[in-house]
Every structure is written in structure tokens, then in C-alpha cells.
Design a protein. Sequence first.
Length: 335
Amino acid sequence: MIKNYLLIFCLLLHLFCFAQEAPNDSLKKHRASNAFIELYEDDVKVRLGFSNSFNSFHVKDDPTNLDFTLSPNQQLKSTLTVIYKFIEIDFGYTPEFIRFNKDDAIRGKSKFFNLGTRLYFGHWMQDLQFSKTKGFYVNKADIGIDENILFPDFRVQRIGGSTSYIFNENFSYRAINLQSEWQQKSAGSFLPSISYYFTQIKNDGTSKDNGFDFAVGPAYYYNWVLSQKFLISGGAYAGMGYNSTKTIYQDETPDEVVDGISFQTQFRFTVGYNTRHFYTGATASLNSFYYDSTPRTHVQDRQQFFELYLGYRFKGPEKIKNILENPPILNKKKK
């Protein structure tokens, strides 16, 4: 099932990218630098990021008084990204000398895969994500034993995203995302959002959990410009929605379904430094879902992200710019 969702993700990504960059996009024609936002749309952006992104599950079971966190063995990842217009190329590699968690024998070995994008259509912002994590453990201190409990086959796959509306056109979310813009004067915006995620969890092959989360709620972000080159940004989101989790067994055991009201919170903090060509900064975010897997078992599903980045911008090749803005295939159709 997850392969079908991934195929849909790729198709949507293709359609969204085409729609976002179409030459007759009237919303894009009216975008220009102003007193609040400096645009760098014609620049090539080269960006090196060092990030740590992972899923964890905090479980509290009332009948047994168990309170523990199921986490992967964290890894620092490095990514070199080249961005020009709607084209983005990522090169991911983590050299041995920057790996900080050489403790696979104690916490187990974890594998990570992430794919995502954020697209803009006028005031609308669309976020799409796919992630896969295998290999989790429970810290011995959580349950009072001598050694960590390892779950090498515990696998979590997630696909989903969110749709948001940015009310204030003088607020730049791009300035704190991939730095394709810069906030020149302080500004904030109300961002109501709808989020939706499908999550599949497997462990030993005897069963799997398919979960669907939907939430809607308000958010607010503010970019505080300290000087011409420095800014601090913060924001928060709180939503309420619905969670449905279906446990499917591989034997003759009947499927089980648990559903009910869920809650979602999200916090993001960014510090940034920017010049015409060079930029750097750090971003941290925490996205949490709260729901009950049984009437007396409470789960907090957390997505945590931290990144240090630095980058450089330079003017894009004029020939490639003309091809992207006036695709030959579209010109042929007009004739």
C-alpha cells in the first residue's frame, strides 16, 4: 500500500512543480522585491546543510504504569543542494568523521530515508513529505533495566503534508526555509493549516498498523529582523482532528480498529544571517501528534528536526533562464 501512496506523491509533485512554474502563472508575474522582501529568483543557490531528522514515539500505558520513548539511533546527515528556479538537485552523503553516534551495539543501527518539498501558489503553501525509518530502541533508563531494548526490524513509513494560507503578503516563509528570499523588515502572518498523514508501522512481520491523521488549526509565524543581515523567526501551530489506526494481522486474528479525536502541535525556530551572496543559519522544529491507541494507552508521535546550513547565491546562466521561462515545447504548441 505504501508504494501506491509514494507513486501518488511523485505524481502530485510533478503536477505541482509544473503548475508553480508555468509561464502564464498570473500570481508569479506580480511577485517583485519590495521594502519587506528581497527576492533571489534569478540566482542559483548552492546550499550545504547538516541535519538530524527523526521520528520517535512516547508511550504511556495507564494499566501497567509504563512510560517510555521508542526512538531511532540518531544520525547526522549532510546534504549539498543546488537550486535554480523550480529545479532542485540534492546530494546526500555523511562522511565518517562527522558521525557522532558510533554506538550501534548499544542503541542499534537505524536507517533513514526522507523526501519532501514545499511549493507556493500565491498566498497558498503546500508541503509534501515522505519518510522511512528502520531500527528503533527503548532506553534502559525508561523502564529500569540494565540494557537497552533493541527493535532492529521496527519500521515506520509516513507520507503526507499540509496545506496553509499565508495572509500577510509582506511575510516571507521562504526566508526561513530554503533562503530563496530575505525578510528586510519585520513581519508576521496568520497561517491556518490543514495537515494529513498516512503512517504504516511494522515490527516482526506478524502484524502492521496503518494509521491516518487529519488535523486543522491556526498557526502564527513572525520574522523579527534584528538588522539588515540578521533575523530571528519563530512560530507555532495547534490543531485538532481525527486519528484512525487499523491493526492488520498476518494470521487469522481479526483486524482491530481504534479511532478518535487527536491533537497536533508544531513549533519552529530559526536564526539566520544573510548577505547578497552568502547566507547561513540554524533551524529547529518539533511536530507532534497526540492520540490514544487504546482507551488507556496514550501515544505522542513526534517528528523532530534540526539543521545547520550555509549557502552561496550567484547569477544564473541567461540561456538556461530563457529556456525555463519559455519552454520550447510550449512555444511550438502556440505556433
